[in-house]
Design a protein around this ligand. Structure first.
Ligand SMILES: Cc1cc2nc3c(=O)[nH]c(=O)nc-3n(C[C@H](O)[C@H](O)[C@H](O)COP(=O)(O)O)c2cc1C
Length: 297
């Protein structure tokens, strides 16, 4: 399958300008390795390892299995400060190729990463936060648009990506509702340099999500996605069947555990099958080339 690239994907040493985005409780070492082997950037929140020791074991395992790039996500405001500090130290020690910072001010992490030449991207839903992150020295900004899985923004990608690009001096990564190769092509048309995909990769064979969750993604459409702050206090998109509020009055109205509340973006409408990571990447690349050929007439 012929590769395609952008200045940012070449800088990161990727075969394809795609990211398997970090997902709480879903991303794991198997996904990082499969993504690396498929030629894209796999990413995992450090908190998916219960302890710093378990996190170090994952870094060791990934380093042993691949010499290709991967990324670790540091969820700043959601991580206890001592744990965050230790995870940053481990990322430096294992020379993690790229860091993705989210939910907070990345300044100290960027300063530490720069001492080892580590690439840092920061995740935002609005320009104001992006400007602060750029001032702190991040290398790229991830614009998370309306309809994304996880803590989505409210701005449509047609506006968000060109708007961020127009106002920022760093490359922009497009996130939200990128379900396949057509949306990847559209993201590049909007000026993004990487396409950042979460929901599509929950439905990959390697993902650490329950099988029922993966099947729900295959069965669901965007009508099943609800944007609410009822789960964490911050607005995010969830599969409505798994939300506690949907169960009020139902026979089983015990409080739901976080693990049973499943997040997904509107891109669920484009998922037909659970497949291995490598096969999904092949599909996306083929769809991308078909979309570009169609545009060329
Ligand atoms: C189940 C799930 C968990 C997520 N957890 C995180 C997380 O821990 N950290 C983070 O920065 N983003 C997280 N996100 C957001 C993704 O990294 C990414 O921005 C988003 O999935 C892109 O939109 P898409 O799902 O429409 O492709 C999560 C998304 C999902 C679907």
């Amino acid at each position: 399958m012929s590769s395609f690239s952008t200045p940012l994907s070449r800088r990161l040493g990727l075969r394809y300008p795609l990211v398997a985005a970090p997902m709480f409780l879903v991303s794991n070492a198997e996904m990082l390795i499969a993504a690396a082997e498929a030629g894209i950037l796999g990413a995992m929140p450090s908190l998916n390892a219960r302890t710093p020791e378990a996190f170090e074991e994952i870094l060791r395992q990934v380093r042993a299995k691949t010499d290709k790039p991967f990324a670790i996500n540091l969820t700043i405001g959601l991580t206890e400060p001592g744990r965050l500090q230790r995870d940053v130290e481990l990322c430096l020690e294992y020379e993690v190729p790229a860091l993705i910072t989210s939910y907070g001010n990345p300044t100290p992490i960027v300063a530490a990463a720069k001492t080892r030449g580590i690439f840092v991207m920061h995740d935002v839903i609005q320009l104001q936060h992006a400007k602060k992150a750029v001032a702190a020295g991040v290398d790229a900004i991830i614009g998370v648009s309306q309809g994304a899985g996880g803590h989505a923004g409210t701005v449509n990608p047609y506006v968000l990506i060109p708007y961020l690009r127009r106002h920022l001096p760093v490359p922009i990564v497009a996130a939200g509702c990128i379900g396949g190769g057509e949306q990847v092509a559209a993201s590049f048309a909007l000026g993004a340099e990487l396409a950042y995909m979460g929901t599509r990769f929950v439905a990959c064979a390697e993902a650490g999500a329950p099988e029922a969750y993966k099947q729900m993604l295959v069965d669901a459409t965007h009508d099943d996605i609800v944007y609410t702050d009822e789960v964490s206090g911050i607005h995010a998109n969830f599969l409505k069947q798994t939300l506690p509020s949907e169960r009020i009055g139902s026979r089983d109205d015990a409080p739901k555990r976080w693990k049973e509340i499943w997040s997904a973006g509107q891109g669920v409408s484009l998922i037909d099958e659970v497949k291995p990571m490598g096969a999904i990447v092949e599909d996306i690349v083929r769809e991308y080339h078909d979309a570009v050929a169609r545009l060329r007439g």
